[in-house]
Design a protein around this ligand. Sequence first.
Ligand code: GLN
Length: 710
Amino acid sequence: MPPQPPSTSGINDHTHRDSSSHAPSHRNEQPLITTRSDAGRNDSSRSDPSRSDSSRSDAARVSANALTTQHEGASESEFFSPIPRGYQRGFHKYVVVLGTVMSGLGKGIFSSSLAKMLKDKGLVVAPIKMEGYLNIDSGLLNPYRHGEVFVLEDGTECDMDLGTYERLLDQNLSAQNFTTSGRIFKEIIERERRGEYLGRDVQMIPHVTGEVKRKLRDLAVRGDGRRPADVVFVEVGGTVGDYENGFYIEALRELAFEEGPNSVCFVALTYIIEPPALGEQKSKAAQLGIKRLMEAGVQPHVIACRASNPCSDKILQKIAMFSNVPLRRVFSLHDRESIYMIPEELRQDGIDREILSLLNLHDRTDTSQEDEHREQWKQFVRRLTIPRTRNVTIGVMGKYSDLRDAYASIDKTLEHCSALLGCKVEARWLDTTATTDANVAKQLEGVDAVIVPGGFGMRGVDGKIAVVRYCRENSIPYLGICLGFQVAVIEFARNVLRLDAASSTEFDSQTFKTPYPVISELPEQKKIEGLGGTMRLGGQDVNITPGSLAQFLYQGRTVVRERFRHRYEVDPEFIPQLEAAGLIFSGRHPTRPIMQVLELPRPGSVIHRTPVELLSAEGSADPTLGHPVVAHPFFIGAQFHPELTSRPLRPQPFFAGLVAAALMKKYASSLDLADPSNADVRRWVMTASVSTSATLSGTPRTPRSTVQRA
Ligand code: GLN
């Protein structure tokens, strides 16, 4: 039975963004490290390494002595190490992952795989990504250069690696799991202006490094939001030797010094080159990279060697020898068929055991829990990697279509669906800047379903509208995400309601303003929601209409929570017209008229009114105005980003439905849904066929008298 974690009293509420930037620095903190007299008060008597004989090393004594009698803000002190309330020195452990040689080695995947291995054993893990750049967050970064902007439940806009952590750990993260140099400096400057440094000059050491340590210890106390962390996983962005992350590495060195032995485990991720001209692996670049880390005062405990092929024994021995790391702690991290294989293969190599030994954590693990998680994960990987006979192609109509990272979460979500539904899902990334009604059929040749993802700005929008029209009129399964939801509304307004030039005010220019702003910016709406800023960000509840396709996909739920990142929305003025013409808004804000899911009626459902009827009822003599809406097997749009909440073992339902609809479209004649091996497919395929007989009786309808003419 693992020991109980310390009391969680004093832990920040999980909605709390960041205590350090607002509260006086000492309000929620204990004195800087413990004095001799109160040394026992903060320490966990169970696991504080400073209490075990083996750990009463010189370093521990030096560290403890050096830090006694100091108090934050004491102007004579050379130390600045604020300790948050609830912090249990010796209980919280740290694994620090640093990259050497070069970036782009998959540090985030590696680090989250390590965290997953420990979480599977029942330990509470809390990852943090520390970026070197000066931006306050990732919100304004160009996805083309930096990859997708990932949005957390609390609205933090962060690096896409946080998505990797959430997916691998199946754990929601918050602002405390991400920081940038810019954010750290901003907090320090604000603190300085409030006079919290008590007249001292504010320096890189100890104050900036002290802020970094404060963040890490705050996170240790917060843990996973419910329980304090056994292990904080720290991933430092960039590569050792970069100018901009040097202060993070120095802070981590100080942290290890202050926390004492068996508390901080440094893992260096390095790279073994294999020049084609030589045809063999070379370790020199890796050795030099690790030396660089040692120059910064950090001796790695574990080394993982990225390489295209498994590292030879000779290479691993050389790395061990030149880095003072025992051979059993040097691992080959070569390319795998799937990143999801990494946790299991590293486990077989024993990296988890080594880390547990280094951190004295063996007695906190729960093996039966580990066996269960391992089995589930192995099944998922098996389903993902077995040869498949069925495959579908999903066209993703993006702006950044030549860079997969810009849509990393969509890519990953399709992978989750592929494992669930036992088919290969190929994403075809297509640019819509040159797409028109005339060439769209050609562009979509061989595509079984379409996603129009989120985006900003006018470029490629007309092409996206042509894509939506083609999908709507030709029964191609369609999923519109955020901008893809908005263009679906615009397309419907233009081609079904015949509101020519209907558009979003986002696309208005100096010379042209749309006469029918079916999508517009509604700042007063956001004010009511108290969201501040100009974007609606983060998790929000969505009410789902009973009887709708959305409700079917959400397995009958009537309230779901999804993540948003948008500025514009459906203008409530146009909702009655759009609905009267057959568009169904099946997901709404719980109290405001903000439309969050749209869909088209499915075959067999009762279509209450068409524009032709509507317009003639309103006295129009011209029946050619407007096209009657045609039922569609799978046409859905979300104002939120469903891809942000998909997890390997729980694919997001809209995506699962889309892939099932694509399978139905392609294999309808040969897909035997009665076959038990197709049970998972049947679960979602019903969305495309059987469930279509449901009538949308629960969908609110607008009384004819309230229908407005534009
Ligand atoms: N540009 C649109 C808006 O701001 C859509 C945003 C998105 O797709 N994330 O509302």
